[in-house]
Design a protein around this ligand. Structure first.
Ligand code: CA
Length: 228
């Protein structure tokens, strides 16, 4: 069951969201301030699957909090939907620049928000796996270990995240930007050649298993399970 953290200081909005999320089968938690929201978001015993974040909060603002959450390893990938009272384009952009995945403008229809929550959760929990194994490669996600032909491969965190992302998308060809967004984060605006450099190193390190990452010219890269 998905835990959803609502960070909202307006009690009636928070209660309305809590009620509707619960009715949809989610486990909602409410924080009335950014400070409390941060504390609940970083609770390792019950990490939220998704965060609904109000922009206008007393004390720490939603933008500031979003930036903080993106810097923490536990919440760097947690889907965040910003709730803003301002329809101004610059606020939407500011929200996405701080690392939010989506935003809704108040007043919003709960049904629309629920649809966005479902879409985000589907995107982030799709094909999740703990252990991947084919004829050559074995990946243990929890232990962050990769083996090729039973030999342990030493990967950097980024190389590991990149490999796991491609494996999770087996059967699809994620585009270059999509890979950058998911592995490097939405806040990454650097050189996209970084991706090619990481792919090259990953292939080298995987040695005989390196062929599992195929270049799809003009689009991106795809993972192909190794068959002996
Ligand atoms: Ca507010």
């Amino acid at each position: 069951m998905h835990r959803i953290l609502i960070i909202e200081d307006e009690a009636d909005i928070a209660e309305n969201l809590r009620y509707n999320l619960k009715r949809e089968g989610y486990l909602p938690d409410v924080a009335e301030s950014g400070e409390l929201g941060l504390k609940l978001a970083l609770d390792e015993n019950k990490p939220p699957s998704l965060i609904l974040l109000d922009v206008m909060l007393p004390g720490m603002s939603g933008f500031e909090l979003c930036r903080r959450l993106r810097r923490e390893p536990l919440t760097e990938k947690t889907p965040i939907i910003m709730m803003t009272a301002k329809a101004a384009e610059k606020d939407k952009i500011a929200g996405l620049e701080t690392g939010a995945d989506d935003y809704v403008t108040k007043p919003f229809a709960v049904r629309e928000l629920l649809a966005r929550i479902r879409a985000l959760l589907r995107r982030t929990t799709e094909r999740s796996f703990e252990v991947y194994e084919d004829d050559r490669i074995r990946i243990d996600v929890g232990e962050m270990r990769v083996f090729c032909d039973r030999k342990k491969i030493e990967l950097t965190r980024k190389e590991f995240a990149l490999l796991v992302y491609l494996v999770k998308n087996t059967g699809r060809v994620p585009g270059r930007q999509q890979i950058l967004d998911n592995v490097w984060g939405y806040s990454y605006y650097g050189d996209s050649r970084t991706l090619d450099v990481h792919i090259r190193r990953l292939r080298q390190k995987l040695g005989s298993g390196g062929d599992c990452i195929e270049t799809v010219v003009g689009i991106g890269y795809r993972f192909i399970p190794c068959k002996s």
